[in-house]
Design a protein around this ligand. Structure first.
Ligand code: SAM
Length: 206
């Protein structure tokens, strides 16, 4: 699928995306929680409406670069900036997130929330490229037991990633790509109407 078609699909989801804040904010908070304060540069890969980028401000970064293919998702993200980022630390960029528009070994943190399944395996070598040695990777990944894309939605999902069935397989996505000290935990939100469960993976660039 072309980037244009992909962007059009996600543009169509932007209007109602923030109506599910419990899950999106929960994933973002849990990805950020173990990370050290004071990074120079944080990258938010496929930022959507900016949940992880805004959560990253709690790390007191010098700057955050947030990238997404969908202009409508980014417009929703930027609209929250006067309230959530009054100092203007976050830069918003429309475009493909692989490769990220960042110099080699320039980033201290790479975040990717709820988006790896749209990016595919090519994301990992790019994250190794942009992270400085010792830089931190934090991403969420859907469970292979739950995630069964079908119909037109399946066209958005590259078929080169084996989605993990447990925490060990989730951590192995990072370690087999060359990251070290990979760990994973299960993150579940049960609203009563719907149970959503993903793996959160943290790892370090060698
Ligand atoms: C489920 S949303 C997740 C958004 C956000 N990270 C969050 O946690 O709420 C997936 C996002 O991935 C973006 N996306 C999908 N493929 C992309 C690509 N190749 N490059 C950049 N963004 C992409 C979509 O536009 C959409 O905003």
């Amino acid at each position: 699928m072309s980037d244009e078609s992909r962007a059009a699909f996600f543009d169509g989801t932007a209007e109602h995306y923030d109506e599910d804040p419990t899950f999106h904010a929960g994933v973002a908070d849990a990805l950020i929680a173990p990370l050290p304060e004071g990074p120079e540069l944080v990258l938010d890969v496929a930022t959507g409406t900016g949940f992880a980028a805004y959560a990253a401000l709690r790390l007191k970064p010098a700057r955050v670069l947030a990238v997404d293919l969908s202009p409508a998702m980014l417009a929703k993200a930027e609209a929250k900036a006067p309230e959530l980022d009054p100092s203007g630390l976050i830069s918003w960029r429309v475009g493909p997130a692989v490769p990220m528009p960042a110099e080699d070994h320039s980033a201290d943190v790479v975040l990717c929330a709820s988006s790896l399944h749209f990016l595919g395996a090519a994301a990992f070598p790019d994250w190794l490229r942009v992270l400085r040695p010792g830089g931190r990777l934090a991403f969420s990944v859907v469970s292979g037991a739950r995630f069964k894309p079908s119909g037109p939605f399946a066209e958005l999902v590259p078929d080169d990633l084996k989605f993990p069935h447990d925490e060990a397989e989730a951590a192995a996505l990072a370690s087999s790509a060359g990251f070290v000290d990979a760990s994973a935990q299960t993150f579940t939100v049960d609203t009563g109407e719907r149970v959503r469960s993903v793996f959160l993976v943290h790892a370090i660039a060698p």
